[in-house]
Design a binder for this molecule. Structure first.
Ligand code: NAD
Ligand code: MG
Length: 390
């Protein structure tokens, strides 16, 4: 039996992971499940899957969680520290599916006890790529990508030598506003940005898809995970979301991975790796699809995308600042304090301002410096928003 923990179990990725596990419960022994405010979901899954412990991120919800678990053998715990402790419990395979920088600490803890980390939480690679990869190597632990593009690249690289890779092409659906007139983007609402044409995901990543902040994070994620240089990475808008990524080799060959837009493929691939197992995803009917199309991303429509190269070329702690500023800018957009296009401007200003603070971005990367940079980026973003962006 494989010992499994799922952090962010109540979210979109977490629920898709649980869906796969429920199809063969006898194969898995569930150690920890974590969630946020959805106590009913967390408790129901923890009871049903007979988890050792269920943890909510919010200490004030501990009593509710205890009540919801009453009469079962599942332990209840709460707060970020309890999440980190749960990630310390021995497990073979750990799903990192918390949204945002909050996923970093449990991911590091899981690697430290040698678990295979199935990484949906791209933010941790963006904030602390070096730290995560070094920790994995030091503890002989493995990270498997769960982002669909990175799972596609990983699969296209099987049996290949990374030194023979010329380029990596990550596809993007183009998000909710792909076909909107440019002048309407300024007034796009949260509700409009929260619906995705192809993928069913959590609200934050869905809005990040509309702005392409998500793609910017994924470009950085690809650099950190595969160790390629920034100029080897390209982004291509592909409205059908069927080709998830392509890898180009020195002889001009392109290897790609195609599949229906269903995260259970990438999750299931990481769950069963290095084997392949039957997965409940739609099979592609290419004749019915008829055609696949590709177009270069328009920088005027997606100002956030180009910031990824600024961040990669700057290096150091710029990724932590970028992610922290992006998370706060998104909070401000969701709260109605800034417009859709302001998010990229605010994040760019936060990056510039962090770069002006002598030595800040060039400190050694440790958990502490990453968390400090993240904190500072959030404060700086709040300051910029309070000052009023134009
Ligand atoms: P979601 O919003 O549906 O779920 C997020 C989960 O994190 C929930 O369980 C929530 O309770 C928990 N959470 C939120 N804030 C937390 C905090 N501060 N501390 C601890 N837990 C917290 O998000 P999602 O769409 O499932 O995405 C999860 C991660 O996977 C993100 O990093 C996202 O970028 C990545 N990802 C998602 C998809 C997708 O299809 N949804 C695809 C690729 C990558
Ligand atoms: Mg993705």
């Amino acid at each position: 039996m494989k010992k499994i923990s799922i952090f962010g179990a109540t979210g979109s990725i977490g629920q898709n992971t649980i869906d796969l596990i429920r199809r063969a419960p006898e194969d898995y022994d569930i150690v920890a499940l974590s969630g946020g405010r959805n106590i009913a979901r967390l408790a129901a899954d923890a009871r049903d899957l007979r988890a050792q412990v269920a943890v909510t991120a919010y200490p004030e919800l501990l009593d509710d969680l205890r009540a919801a678990l009453a009469g079962s053998d599942v332990e209840a715990a709460a707060g970020p520290q309890a999440i980190a402790e749960a990630a310390n419990r021995p497990a073979d395979w750990v799903m990192s599916a918390i949204v945002g920088a909050a996923g970093l600490v449990p991911g590091l803890q899981a690697l430290k006890q040698g678990a295979t980390l199935a990484l949906a939480n791209k933010e941790s690679l963006v904030c602390a790529g070096d730290l995560l990869m070094t920790t994995a190597r030091a503890h002989n632990a493995r990270i498997l990508p769960v982002d669909s593009e990175h799972s596609a690249i990983f699969q296209a690289l099987i049996g290949e030598d990374i030194s023979e890779v010329e380029r990596i092409i990550i596809t993007a659906s183009g998000g909710a506003f792909r076909d909107w007139p440019l002048e309407d983007l300024r007034d796009a609402t949260v509700a409009q940005a929260s619906s995705h044409p192809n993928w069913d995901m959590g609200q934050r990543i869905t809005i990040d898809s509309a702005s392409m902040f998500n793609k910017a994070l994924e470009v950085i994620e690809a650099k950190e995970f595969f160790g390629v240089s920034p100029d080897q990475i390209e982004v291509l808008v592909h409205p059908q979301s069927i080709v998830h990524a392509l890898v180009g080799f020195r002889d001009g060959a392109l290897m790609s991975h195609l599949g229906a837009p269903d995260m259970r493929h990438a999750i299931g691939y990481a769950l069963h790796w290095p084997k392949r197992r039957d997965l409940p995803v739609d099979r592609l009917d290419l004749a019915a699809l008829g055609q696949l199309s590709f177009v270069a991303p328009d920088p005027a429509r997606y100002p956030a995308l180009g910031l990824a190269w600024d961040v990669m070329n700057r290096g150091g702690l710029a990724g932590a600042v970028f992610n922290g500023a992006k998370e706060r800018a998104l909070d401000h957009f969701i709260a109605g304090r800034i417009g859709f296009l302001d998010m990229a401007r605010v994040v760019e200003q936060a990056l510039t301002s962090a770069d002006r603070q002598a030595g800040l971005l060039d400190q050694d990367m440790t958990l502490e410096t990453v968390l400090d940079a993240d904190h500072l980026a959030r404060q700086e973003t709040d300051r910029i928003v309070a000052a009023g962006v134009v």
